[in-house]
Write a protein that binds this ligand. Structure first.
Ligand code: SAM
Length: 359
């Protein structure tokens, strides 16, 4: 299992993302003798070994099922154990393309936090790229390091325990294999810190001067953006721009076209049923059915009142009736779109800036 590529068959020790429901994806490391217990069923790890990624797996005693998904940075982002606020895929994908991060890029990231974005960067830059990520909170650093090792993404990613505001990004001992360029030589910088304007001042010595360098600061409030923009201007960064990504889900579907004739038919139908009900009640009050003492019950039950079975073309689009599948070719439909009224994604202000190479 690797975050850099895909494989087919699950082996012991692999990371599997158990898709339980849309809002519940549970990361598990497959280990013989262990079991995943959830309110949707119980699933033995032994049975997962040899199954294919993507397959559906039934629970013990045929109760419940899950899907066994191959990890990807996007799925990891929505299933990882949170230690901090994290960057979600709608932001990370936008930032990656705006900073022109691609296979072979050299990236600087601070802080690592829950390593959500770290996984995206690592996958995008591939084995030829280098990611230098910094975290100053020791337990978080240790947890992230363990996770990166477990996920096999230390080949292109180096995590360092460091306060980048006070101690900068420079490293004396970059491990062999990481130092192909003679230092960090960052081509893209991502700062998700409470005080990025301080860290910005420490970047000069760790970014490349051979090509244009892109930078993005991720800040939740506009006051931080203001301070960051000032620091970026003082340090000679240009093309400074602030962007906010607002994720919304668009729903595209078909809606049945209802004509005025349909409405009139429906109203007449309601009125006539109402009338029938009133007349029936009146008749039973005036002439209540008498039951003789010696009357014997027969098996003949009166016909219940039922509506005439509806033919598809007679489907009443405003009332009860047979369910009509969206797009049923016997009816007319028009395409409609709807957006969620609420923006569900947590988002920050993204401040972009660029440093041109020195001539
Ligand atoms: N981008 C991360 C992700 O997607 O999971 C989340 C980053 S989290 C919001 C911010 C992290 O920066 C915290 O873990 C914090 O400990 C770390 N941090 C704050 N100031 C720092 C500094 N001066 N040097 C290094 N790390 C710092």
């Amino acid at each position: 299992m690797s975050f850099y590529g895909y494989k087919d068959v699950i082996e012991e020790g692999d990371l599997v993302l158990a898709f339980i429901s849309r809002n519940q994806i549970k990361p598990i490391t497959v280990k013989r003798g262990e079991r995943l217990n959830s309110r949707y069923g119980h699933f033995d790890h032994d049975k997962m070994i040899g199954m294919k990624y993507g397959q559906q797996m039934g629970g013990i005693n045929d109760y419940g099922y899950i899907h066994l998904l191959h990890p990807s940075p996007e799925l990891w982002t929505i299933s990882l154990p949170h230690r901090t606020q994290i960057v979600y895929s709608h932001d990370s994908s936008y930032i990656i393309q705006r900073l022109n991060v691609c296979s072979g890029s050299r990236v600087i990231e601070a802080g690592t936090g829950s390593a959500s974005f770290t996984h995206s960067f690592a996958r995008t830059i591939g084995l030829d790229g280098r990611l230098f990520t910094y975290e100053f909170h020791e337990p978080r650093y240790l947890e992230a390091r363990r996770e990166l090792e477990e996920h096999g993404i230390t080949q292109n990613t180096l995590i360092t325990h460091r306060d980048v505001c006070n101690d900068g990004f420079d490293m004396e001992n970059i491990p062999q294999g990481f130092d192909q360029e003679g230092g960090i030589q960052g081509e893209a910088v991502f700062l998700d810190l409470p005080s990025p304007w301080i860290a910005v001042k420490n970047l000069k010595s760790v970014i490349t001067n051979k090509k244009r360098v892109g930078l993005c600061c991720f800040s939740p409030c506009i006051e931080q953006v203001d301070k960051t923009v000032k620091a970026l201007q003082d340090e000679g960064w240009s093309n400074i721009e602030m962007v906010e990504v607002q994720g919304r889900r668009w729903e595209a579907r078909r809606e049945m076209v209802r004509s005025v004739d349909d409405v009139v038919k429906r109203l007449k139908n309601i009125q006539s049923r109402k009338q029938m009900g009133i007349e029936g009640k009146r008749a039973s009050n005036v002439n209540p059915p008498k039951r003789k003492i010696d009357e014997v019950d027969t098996d003949e039950t009166p016909e219940p009142f039922t509506e005439k079975p509806l033919q598809p073309k007679e489907y009443n689009p405003f009332g009860k009736g047979t369910r009509v599948k969206e797009g049923d070719s016997r009816f007319d439909w028009r395409q409609v779109t709807k957006i969620e009224s609420e923006i569900k994604t947590h988002t920050s202000y993204l401040t972009f800036a660029y440093m041109n190479p020195s001539s």
